[in-house]
Design a binder for this molecule. Structure first.
Ligand code: FAD
Length: 386
């Protein structure tokens, strides 16, 4: 049978864009669509920065992906002639027995290179603007860095187009499961009356994934609402108390099991972002509260003044974004049973850095029809999801 396309990719966040790039580079005829405009900020891949660090928080399932991540970004930088990655150390702070520090210090969590443990005197000397507690220690990950997120997405999309992929925005897609088999898939595009026959489909729809799946698979995913807050670093140019987090990829603070990350802005160096590692979980996108309440704003101001007591606290702006989670907190990358549809969900707040590696792997799953062993932990049939 002749298909309209070899593959339709649904979703043009960083993951779908990376899959489209690698498929098109391998010579496949690719159509990739996104339901929103090119630079929308409702999904998981928007914004200024994403962190790359070599502490393997998700466990050994991610080790090999992480080891290849930086090489893959460097390769993209060369192909696109763009700077996407900015190396800077990451600093994790908390009591030794806190969740963050015990994970960071666990032998199997880390890539051996570039990790340094800092005692409180070092922390105070290096970061005089932060309020440390007597039990705090730090772990400095010197191999970390920041990805310029929106530039990464734009660059990968540009490369996908240059390799011949067709990209369309403002087009919502739906899989017609009744006409989808192991060899062929039918996709309906909301804005067109016609439907498309493709050899395969990749669903990379981020936290909208549930809306595209057969009912039996929807229950696997939930949506995490995260609020990002930007504070201004003003009036501290020559002061001892100026927080040094501008020199870091991130300062992560674990305070009584409440984990926050402070991340400098690449686009606007006078701003830094603060966000909690865990947000509120809801069942689907439509339930996500898109406004930020006064009490949420007050609470983050209080957090800021507790942790940076000598720092002016000008909350400049905030934004709600979402990512997908599963019950066992791991990615899902697998064929939907008995179909040629691959479900690709780099969920759980750690997917950006490994997206080019996953994009290549998923493209090869499509072209060879085989799922590599390293994706075994992310299969649909696994104990954590049953
Ligand atoms: C605040 C925040 C901070 C994070 N920090 C880090 C970090 O520091 N490091 C890291 O590695 N990871 C981080 N992550 C996680 C990472 O950003 C995500 O894993 C990654 O961006 C997921 O990309 P995606 O392409 O799967 O999803 P998305 O970027 O959400 O893209 C999905 C796309 O699918 C489209 N879509 C949905 N339904 C349809 C449809 N029916 N038809 C057509 N299109 C559709 C949507 O419009 C959307 O553009 C963070 C996430 C968040 C939210």
């Amino acid at each position: 049978m002749t298909h309209d396309y070899d593959c339709v990719v649904i979703g043009l966040g960083i993951l779908g864009s990376s899959v489209a790039h690698h498929l098109a580079a391998a010579g496949a005829r690719v159509l990739a669509v996104d339901r929103f405009s090119r630079s929308h900020d409702l999904g998981s891949s928007s914004g200024d920065t994403r962190i790359v660090q070599h502490l393997v928080f998700g466990g050994s399932a991610y080790t090999s992906l992480l080891h290849r991540a930086l090489g893959a970004w460097n390769e993209l930088e060369r192909e696109a002639d763009e700077r996407l990655f900015f190396p800077k150390p990451a600093l994790l702070v908390g009591p030794e027995n806190s969740q963050l520090l015990s994970l960071a210090l666990r032998g199997d969590s880390r890539d051996s290179k570039g990790l340094r443990v800092l005692g409180r005197p070092d922390l105070r000397r290096l970061h005089p603007g932060v309020s440390f507690t007597p039990s705090d220690i730090g772990v400095l990950d010197e191999s970390a860095g920041l990805l310029w997120a929106h530039r990464c997405v734009e660059t990968v999309q540009r490369l996908a187009k240059e390799h011949g992929a067709q990209l369309r925005f403002g087009v919502r897609a739906k899989v017609d499961w009744s006409r989808t088999t192991r060899n062929s898939a039918r996709v309906r595009l909301q804005n067109d009356l016609a439907s498309i026959e493709a050899g395969s489909v990749v669903i990379a729809a981020g936290s909208w994934v549930g809306q595209l799946l057969p009912r039996t698979l929807r229950r696997i995913f939930s949506v995490e609402r995260i609020v990002q807050y930007w504070f201004e670093d003003d009036g501290f140019e020559d002061s001892e108390a100026r927080p040094n987090h501008a020199q870091l990829t991130t300062l992560m603070l674990d305070r009584t099991n409440e984990l926050h990350a402070v991340v400098p802005s690449l686009k606007q160096p006078h701003l830094h972002k603060v966000m909690s590692a865990r947000g509120q979980s809801v069942f689907e996108q439509a339930e996500v509260e898109r406004t930020v309440s006064i009490s949420e704003q007050e609470s983050i101001r209080r957090w800021h003044s507790r942790n940076f007591p000598d720092h002016p606290r000008t909350l400049k702006r905030f934004a709600v974004c979402t990512y997908t989670t599963t019950a066992d907190d791991h990615f899902v990358i697998d064929h939907v049973p008995a179909t040629s549809v691959v479900l690709a969900s780099a969920c759980c707040g750690r997917g950006f850095k490994v997206a080019p590696v996953l994009g290549r792997t998923i493209a090869s799953m499509i072209t060879t029809g085989r799922s590599p062993a390293e994706l075994e932990p992310f299969r649909l049939q696994r104990p954590g999801l049953s």
